[in-house]
Write a new protein. Structure first.
Length: 314
């Protein structure tokens, strides 16, 4: 999409309860891979050891070349589209699969990409939420429910607020935390400003044993029992947010049947309920709508174009 002057927008906050439900397509504009691309990257980098990714793995885990070759061989010829789908059927590879995904996704988190000029739905949304003071940002009735492991949303908001208002890290963090970001399948560790004892910086690709343990522990694949690994709390929070929202917008969401069922997407009745279906066929759109109870409006637009045309910001 060509660059457009959007400087006339912004200066207010969003007061209508709004939830953005994010799938892999929402992070794709910022260089994070889709499921099939992540699989291809792993097959290439760990079979051929390009970029030293194998060294990250072998230096921080007990896995050796034989373990890597077994995993790569099985994944390559599995006929499955994603690493998650593969791990669902081959749980004996769970730990090495999570380790590889964590390494790849941390490398894909690139600070500068979040403020790029093209196709940037985050900067567009931020312009609708910015208000006039740091404290006013907390008045936004906006939350995010994400199936992604990356920390793009929270890193973008914290960094943008800090640079917009020039306040301290602690003051900025107190306000940034008011905007809920619920990761249903875990994430690549907590960011330093989130206040945990063992953080991982955004895009920190200097993998050591400590970080690897966090990645393997934090990343959860779709089929794992969320009632046993602690995610039942996140799913319950997400269901409350979605049920109470007046507007629900789906950005880059893939409509996996299990994900739809777990968050009870087919039972939602918000006043506005629509999302992106970029690159999908008519039949695929129809199938996705059916999974979501038939009420969601799906449009063949990338995230920024969809947001500009269909999202309400009052």
């Amino acid at each position: 999409m060509r660059n457009v002057n959007l400087s006339f927008l912004g200066g207010t906050v969003i007061t209508t309860p709004t939830v953005f439900l994010l799938g892999a397509g929402a992070s794709y504009p910022y260089g994070l891979p889709l499921g099939s691309e992540l699989k291809s990257q792993i097959l290439d980098r760990y079979a051929n050891d390009t970029g030293g990714h194998t060294v990250h793995l072998t230096n921080t885990t007990s896995f050796g070349r034989t373990d890597i070759d077994r995993f790569i061989g099985a994944l390559r010829y599995s006929g499955l589209l994603s690493v998650d789908a593969f791990l669902e059927r081959r749980p004996e590879f769970m730990e090495i699969g999570k380790a590889m995904m964590g390494i790849e996704l941390l490398h894909a988190e690139v600070h500068e990409r979040l403020w790029q000029e093209k196709e940037n739905w985050l900067t567009y949304l931020y312009s609708q939420m910015i208000g006039n003071t740091l404290e006013e940002f907390a008045d936004n009735k906006v939350a995010f429910v994400t199936f992604n492991y990356d920390r793009c949303v929270e890193h973008f908001f914290f960094t943008s607020l800090k640079n917009s208002f020039g306040r301290s890290d602690d003051e900025t963090a107190a306000i940034a935390k008011k905007i809920s970001v619920v990761h249903l399948h875990g994430k690549l560790g907590h960011l330093p400003w989130e206040g945990t004892k063992s953080p991982i910086d955004f895009g920190d690709n200097q993998i050591d044993v400590r970080k690897m343990k966090i990645l393997i522990n934090e990343i959860k694949v779709v089929h794992e029992d969320h009632t046993l690994d602690g995610r039942d709390i996140e799913f319950a929070m997400a269901q409350v947010m979605l049920t109470q929202a007046r507007r629900v917008y789906l950005l880059g969401f893939g409509f996996g049947a299990r994900n739809v069922q777990r968050i009870k997407l087919d039972a939602l009745t918000p006043h506005a309920f629509c999302g992106t279906a970029y690159g999908l066929t008519d039949k695929e759109i129809s199938d996705c709508k059916s999974l979501a109870g038939g009420r969601v409006l799906l449009l063949r637009e990338p995230c920024l174009a969809f947001m500009r045309q269909y999202v309400d910001f009052n």
